[in-house]
Design a protein around this ligand. Structure first.
Ligand code: FPP
Length: 213
């Protein structure tokens, strides 16, 4: 969800406001997934590298996360959304861990997955999966996949990166092996369900060969 900072800077506003508008974009997008037929949406909210940001920005992001869970939980439950976290969220403050675990439990019967990547890094995920697989004495593609955070999620079809950046930034590296990519030159707070629909329409035209012909 790239571009919150630039969105705010362009308007002479504090970065915090960009993140705030970013959360509003999240809310609108999550609401749009059901009519669009999307069964699983994953959002990169906080990377394992984002700790390097100034403390006040990290604190603000944590505050937004708390508010998001508190405000949106009932709507998730009512709309059949199953919350999932990918990443080591247990490194967060104890009250956030508690809120997350409560939300995971309360949405566990949902059928449409909203996965939020928190303290997530794909290289760390792969090392963790390889370690767990090795402990069980099997190193293979399927064994590793069983230990990825995404093991109970459908295969990744489409990855969208906003804000004009053209790199993966340690996101879902394993899962991207055969995913389609869409790089959109729109800052995250301006990213609407219409932009998502455009990306889906473009995705529908692609021919996926998975290395075959
Ligand atoms: C990247 O923009 C955005 C982030 C590092 C944070 C994304 C987080 C949110 C939208 C809020 C929390 C999420 C939830 C689900 C409650 P940037 O700051 O790197 O912007 P820039 O590239 O323009 O500097």
């Amino acid at each position: 969800m790239d571009g919150n900072g630039r969105w705010a800077k362009k308007r002479g506003l504090p970065r915090a406001l960009g993140h705030q508008r970013g959360v509003e974009a999240v809310r609108k997008l999550v609401r749009a997934t059901e009519p669009m037929g999307i069964d699983c949406l994953t959002l990169y909210a906080f990377s394992s590298e984002n700790w390097k940001r100034p403390e006040d920005e990290v604190d603000h992001l944590m505050g937004l996360l708390r508010k998001f869970i508190k405000t949106d939980l009932e709507e998730f439950i009512a709309n059949d959304v199953k919350l999932k976290i990918i990443g080591d969220y247990k490194a967060f403050a104890p009250d956030i861990v508690e809120m997350i675990e409560d939300a995971l439990e309360k949405t566990s019967d949902g059928s449409r997955i909203l996965a939020v990547a928190l303290n997530y890094g794909a290289q760390q995920e792969i090392v963790r999966a390889a370690t767990l697989a090795a402990e069980q004495g099997e190193i293979s593609e399927s064994a590793l996949e069983r230990h990825l955070y995404t093991s109970d999620m459908p295969p990744l079809d489409l990855l969208i990166r906003t804000s004009g950046e053209v790199r993966l930034s340690n996101f879902l590296l394993w899962q991207c092996a055969y995913a389609e990519m869409s790089f959109v030159d729109v800052l995250w707070p301006d990213f609407t369900p219409a932009h998502l629909q455009n990306a889906l329409d473009d995705f529908a035209k692609r021919e996926r060969r998975y290395g075959g012909r």
